[in-house]
Design a protein around this ligand. Structure first.
Ligand SMILES: Nc1ncnc2c1ncn2[C@@H]1O[C@H](COP(=O)(O)OP(=O)(O)OP(=O)(O)O)[C@@H](O)[C@H]1O
Length: 572
């Protein structure tokens, strides 16, 4: 119930629209009373008693009521759709805003496909609950009460007979809803898992083709898709049993009502028009009951979807995203004091790291794979927070700074140079939203990217394609270097790409990187000997620990891990 209450509170943002829609629904519902009354008057007064003068006005009243009802219905349909779209937009935006404020750690354990399914299908299912309650459920309950009241007013005996199947119908639907909820949950979890698999396979389509594992990928998809079908069928099996049962009971009520009505007419206890009007009224009375099927399904699935959406909305935000210190100036001094961090409590990814980088220094991080180099950069961006020791930026403990401020003063060039599927101009403006074309060209020039961008027919308006597929690895690297140059941050974090580039491209990228590193503190995960050799400080990591730190020549002379890594890289 708490979940549904929270769903309905979303409608409070549009009280006017929701109330107008509800009032129209109520008027439509009240208008149904006209038709059985018109029938009763036509049979008893016009046909039986020959009161011709009532014929025209009664028929006109009936047609007028139908016309008004259908006009309101049209307005309601439009209004409800507009309300639904606004509600969906609001919740979708709120959910997306929340996703952007969640810590990176959360994304490590939640797949993109699953998250997309929450935004794309759970949000509309949640909002449908509100719209259908206003448009269907409340009018249905009202219509039922009005018709039942009308029946009791006209003949309480016949009303009791007509309503006799109701308690059993109520019992069946209550039991069904309770049982259906876990089945709906399983069904939507299976759909989300299918989405996750699809998303993963599409992102990895090159690997699937390159390793010719299309049949295996198809098998996995086939199994996941079947699983969705099976789970959905479990939901539908319950429905297939319940709803014909409900209709059977409801429809038997008509025969019972007509038979009793006929008996009482023969006994002279009732006029013929009463059972006839009850027959018309029966249609309106059981119309809401026939809608129980769709409504129960909607509530149960909506509740499951809403829970999945609220589960995300209730997660705590990344801490200190906007709050925290915002020093007026950042010179670029970085100090690690015994810093450590574990992704998983049992095995620290980095531990006891201590180093000092003075402003403008280039610090090269080297070490075998899995040694903890990327983790050091992750701690500097505060994608993850140290759980041991501390990091100081210009003597400010990093955790006291606003993350927004920190990230505004940091340039992060990742190994995979990610470009968004939009124009180059927009991709570069990520770094500086108000950058002019001249500034963008200057950054491209500095990154050795201007010549190939100038050769493109659409230049800065060229769309990069998904993940920047339109560009080669070397081009993408230079574009992301241009992006970092445009930002001009005092602290640069650089994960040098390991992908092999031809000599000329390598030279262009190296030169661009040198331009980028100039005059700022840089932490570089260095894979190239040229970068390492020129670094002011080389930090060698192994199993998460800083085992050596110094200048190239000193470390070589020491003959430790660094010299062995150098020898290995020269042999390659
Ligand atoms: N998101 C994560 N969740 C759990 N463990 C992680 C995560 N990222 C890295 N690790 C683990 O932390 C350790 C350090 O990883 P890290 O990526 O920092 O190493 P690296 O030196 O950058 O490696 P490489 O040179 O291969 O990129 C590894 O054991 C790795 O498996």
């Amino acid at each position: 119930m708490a979940v549904l209450k929270r769903v309905f509170s979303l409608a409070l943002h549009y009280p006017g629209r929701a109330a107008t829609s509800l009032v129209m629904a109520v008027i439509c519902t009240v208008l149904v009373l006209v038709l059985p009354t018109v029938t009763q008057v036509l049979v008893d007064e016009v046909m039986d008693k020959g009161r011709r003068e009532l014929l025209f006005q009664t028929a006109s009243l009936g047609i007028g009521a139908i016309l008004l009802r259908q006009t309101l219905f049209m307005l309601r349909t439009y209004g409800n759709n507009a309300l639904e779209q606004r509600l969906i937009h609001d919740l979708r935006k709120k959910l997306y805003d929340k996703l952007q404020r969640l810590p990176i750690k959360w994304f490590d354990t939640n797949s993109s496909g699953e998250i997309m399914s929450r935004v794309a299908s759970d949000v509309p299912s949640t909002d449908r609950v509100i719209v259908e309650t206003i448009d269907q459920a409340i009018p249905a309950v009202l219509q039922f009460l009005i018709m039942a009241g009308w029946m009791f007013y006209n003949s309480w005996e016949l009303a009791l007979v007509t309503l006799a199947p109701l308690p059993i119908i109520g019992l069946i639907t209550t039991i069904y809803s309770k049982r259906a909820e876990p089945r709906w949950r399983e069904s939507s979890e299976a759909s989300a898992a299918l989405n996750a698999l699809l998303h993963d396979n599409l992102a990895g389509i090159r690997q699937i083709k390159a390793y010719t594992v299309e049949p295996e990928a198809l098998d996995r998809f086939d199994a996941a898709s079947r699983h969705v079908g099976e789970k959905h069928m479990r939901v539908m099996k319950g429905q297939a049993l319940v709803w014909p049962g409900v209709s059977l009971l409801a429809e038997s009520g008509i025969i019972l009502m007509l038979a009793c009505g006929a008996w009482w007419v023969l006994e002279g206890k009732m006029e013929k028009g009463t059972p006839m009007a009850f027959l018309v009224a029966w249609g309106f009375l059981f119309d809401p009951i026939s809608r129980i099927n769709n409504l129960t399904q909607l509530y149960v699935s909506g509740k499951v979807a809403a829970k999945r959406v609220f589960d995300i909305l209730d997660l705590p935000d990344e801490t200190n995203l906007t709050e925290g210190e915002r020093p007026a100036e950042f010179k670029g001094k970085v100090v690690f004091e015994n810093a450590g961090f574990s992704y998983d409590p049992d095995s620290p990814a980095v531990q006891g790291v201590s180093l000092i980088a003075e402003p403008g220094m280039t610090v090269a991080l080297v070490g075998p794979t899995g040694a903890g180099k990327s983790t050091v950069l992750n701690l500097l961006t505060r994608f993850y927070e140290t759980d041991q020791g501390r990091i100081l930026l210009d003597d400010h403990p990093i955790e006291t700074l606003s993350k927004e401020w920190l990230r505004d003063h940091t340039g992060y060039v990742t190994q995979e140079s990610f470009l968004f599927n939009t124009t180059l101009r927009e991709n570069l403006r990520l770094a500086k939203p108000d950058a002019t074309d001249d500034e963008i060209w200057a950054a491209l020039d500095n990154a050795n990217a201007a010549p190939f961008v100038r050769d493109l027919p659409e230049k800065l308006d060229t769309v990069a394609g998904e993940r920047g597929v339109r560009f080669s690895g070397g081009e993408k690297q230079r574009l992301s270097i241009a992006r970092a140059l445009l930002k001009n941050p005092p602290l640069l974090l650089l994960d040098e790409a390991t992908s092999a580039l031809d000599n000329e491209t390598e030279r262009l990228v190296q030169q661009a990187l040198e331009n980028l590193r100039a005059d700022r503190t840089s932490f570089v995960i260095a894979h190239r000997l040229s970068t390492v050799r020129k670094a002011d400080l080389i930090c060698v990591l192994q199993d998460g620990k800083l085992v050596e730190c110094g200048k190239h020549e000193d470390l070589l002379a020491r003959g430790g891990l660094y010299s062995r890594l150098c020898e290995a890289s020269i042999r390659e």
